[in-house]
Every structure is written in C-alpha cells, then in structure tokens.
Design a protein around this ligand. Structure first.
Ligand SMILES: *Cc1c(COP(=O)(O)O)cnc(C)c1O
Length: 239
C-alpha cells in the first residue's frame, strides 16, 4: 500500500479514472466517502484537509468524539464543514444521536428505523436523504432488506415526509478475486433500474452506494455513484 495519504488519494483517483474509462462513465458521476472509522481524530482532520469532504462512520460511539471536535464546536457558518455519512447499522435508540449530525444515512433497512428517523427529522425540521440497504448477496452476516422486500418497502416509505430515499446501498462479500463481486453490484443496479421504471415509485431513488477498498473498481464499472473507502484511502490505525 502507498505510504502517505496523498499517495493513496492519487492511487485511488487513478483506479477510479481507469474504471470510468473501461465502462464509459465520467469521473464526476462518482463521489468518494472517506471512511474514517479505523483512524484517529488527527487523521480524520488530515483527510478532510486534503479535500475529501464526505466522511463516513459506522458507529456513533466511535464517531462521536471526532464529530464533536470537527463539527460539534461553535463554528463560523462560513467555515467549510465535512458532510457526514452514517454507513453502519443503526439501533433505533441511537437515532436521536445521529440524525441532525450525519447528513446522509446509508443503512435504512426496516420500517421501525424509518419511523424513528422520520420522527426525529421532523422534530428538527429537516429532511434526511437515505439509502435503502439491500442484502443482495444473501449472506447471513449482512444487514439489509431481501431484494423481494424492496418494492413494498419503498411503497411504505412514502408516508414518511421527513425521509427522502435517494438510492440503494449494498455490501458485497469479501472476495479474494474482486471480479466475483460483480453479480452483486449488477443486481443492485438492476433493482434501481426496475424501481425507476415503476411509475408509482419515487424517481428520487437514483444513487448506488456500493464498492469498498477491495472491490470499488468493479462497483464503478457496474454503476456505483458513491464509493465508501476506508483502508485503501484513509488507512487503518491500531488502537
Ligand atoms: C468499514 C466500511 C467501509 C469501508 O471499508 P474498507 O474495506 O476499509 O474500505 C465501507 N462501507 C461500510 C458499510 C463499512 O462498514
């Protein structure tokens, strides 16, 4: 692995560019979420200062100190701020901690969670852009709706006026050979395409949050619009 943050950013950019070329896509269709869950506050700040504005965390307990230090103190409104993405599974009782601090939710996977997010968001007077997490691979260890549950779930989301579903999210199984993740990413894209063709469904569901350190090239080739990169980009620090 390249050693400095700058080198890693360059390496990732190179691979994104190549994946775009292979699939006839344009670089500006893809946004990077720098997943900072494995690194310290200082590294998180450094990542943001290098121009990576979108930061991802998967647990409030881990994120809290970083969020408070970077975004929680009194700041000038003109100061540039990171945009936080919550990418982990979320317990309903943690919703009050996270909503209002994290702009995007990537792990909406059940009605009870939608209800809690909607309630909190409406108290705060905000609308929360959410990705619906789908367990395409069917692995027991993965969160998310079964693909068959997606369409009825989207239908039920309509009553939550403080939730804006903007896309689908999935995690592929870790494969030694990343090419083997392709069917998972392709299936998520097809679900999105199918949703969009249903006139009754919201056309706001356009994004695909998919691809991690091990498999983002393949995810981009299959249509990812948000990739979530931890180890390869931000690094991983021992506790
Ligand atoms: C940790 C995590 C990532 C980033 O993982 P890497 O393999 O280190 O890039 C992406 N998405 C989710 C949901 C995660 O929990």
């Amino acid at each position: 692995m390249a050693s400095t943050l700058e080198e890693r950013i360059q390496l990732v950019e190179e691979r994104i560019k190549n994946a775009c070329e292979r699939s006839g896509r344009s670089r500006n269709e893809i946004q990077i979420i720098a997943v900072t869950k494995y690194v310290s506050l200082d590294t998180t700040k450094a990542v943001f200062e290098k121009g990576l504005r979108h930061l991802g965390e998967n647990r409030w307990q881990v994120a809290q100190a970083k969020w408070e230090a970077i975004s929680g103190s009194i700041v000038q409104e003109t100061d540039e701020q990171p945009i936080w993405h919550f990418i982990g599974s979320l317990q309903t009782n943690k919703v009050k901690d996270v909503i209002g601090k994290f702009t995007y939710m990537h792990s909406l996977d059940r009605l009870s969670l939608a209800e809690a997010i909607d309630k909190r968001a409406s108290q705060l007077g905000i609308v929360v852009p959410c990705f619906i997490q789908v367990n395409v691979s069917g692995e027991d260890s993965k969160q998310g709706l079964e693909p068959e549950q997606l369409f009825p779930f989207v239908e039920q989301l309509k009553r939550f006026t403080s939730i804006k579903p903007i896309g689908l999210m999935t995690m592929a199984p870790y494969e030694a050979e990343p090419e083997q993740t392709r069917t998972v990413f392709r299936a998520l894209r097809e679900l999105r395409d199918e949703l969009q063709q249903r006139p009754a469904h919201p056309h706001t569901i356009t994004h695909l949050s998919m691809g991690m350190s091990n498999d983002f090239d393949v995810a981009i080739e299959e249509g990812a619009t948000w990739i979530r990169l931890g180890t390869i980009l931000v690094g991983k620090e021992e506790e």
